[in-house]
Design a protein. Sequence first.
Length: 76
Amino acid sequence: MSKAAAETLVLALGVYLALGLIVGLIFVFGGAGRIDPAAEGKGLPFRVRLMILPGLIGLWPLMLIKLVAQKEPPVS
């Protein structure tokens, strides 16, 4: 792998993780109640927010689709 290809790969990974952090923070501090009714109301404890944030950063495209597509919490 050339140096230019490696730099491009690292840059792409950095952009992916930065976007994931932004979407993850939006989800944790506001969007979780739209997808899960149990997360609404009092909100998630800070420790739980820290625990789910790495997964949200990695899976941010799926969470972004869920946040945009789902207007109301599911009926249980």
